[in-house]
Design a protein around this ligand. Structure first.
Ligand code: FES
Ligand code: FES
Length: 160
């Protein structure tokens, strides 16, 4: 079937079988491998993307469900010149990236949160990333990175 939607700000048209997941469409058909495949059953968050600004597990969304909607993947969050976004930079600065497998989903979880709540508490940050598993960091640095980005976006001084 024909699938047409806005992907990372660009109108995109492609074709896929009706039972194709959004995850498979992104990775296999469109070659956007920044979105990771972990559990494939909605439990790890590695496949997280934004659908109309809300965080979803792309392994649980059919490609057909995104027709005429807007999808943002990790490839769509960097700066126009390709350099890291402020949130991605904060992940680097705060040591929130180790193996990196969870990182695309974590960054998108952070963007979804900051889009809805620009001044989250640490508890709210923890809740927002509760569906995203990380085996490496212990989560502390990820919470730090999202909190730091919120602070910077509010025009407040970053932590020394
Ligand atoms: S791969 Fe989608 S939630 Fe794990
Ligand atoms: S950095 Fe390895 S799973 Fe999170």
């Amino acid at each position: 079937m024909k699938i047409h939607f806005t992907l990372n700000g660009k109108w995109t048209e492609t074709e896929a079988p009706t039972d194709t997941s959004l995850l498979k469409l992104l990775r296999d058909t469109l070659g956007l491998t920044g979105t990771k495949e972990g559990c494939s059953i909605g439990e790890c968050g590695a496949c997280s993307v934004l659908l109309d600004g809300r965080l979803v597990n792309s392994c649980l969304v059919l490609a057909a469900q995104v027709i005429d909607r807007s999808v943002v993947t990790i490839e769509g969050v960097c700066q126009p010149d390709g350099s890291p976004s402020d949130l991605q930079q904060a992940f680097i600065t705060c040591g929130a990236v180790q193996c990196g497998f969870c990182t695309p989903g974590m960054v998108l979880a952070g963007e979804a949160l900051l889009g809805a709540n620009p001044t989250p508490s640490r508890a709210e940050i923890r809740e927002a990333i509760a569906g995203n598993l990380c085996r490496c960091t212990g989560y502390q640095q990820i919470v730090d990175a999202i909190e730091e980005t919120a602070r910077i976006r509010q025009g407040r001084k970053p932590h020394a």
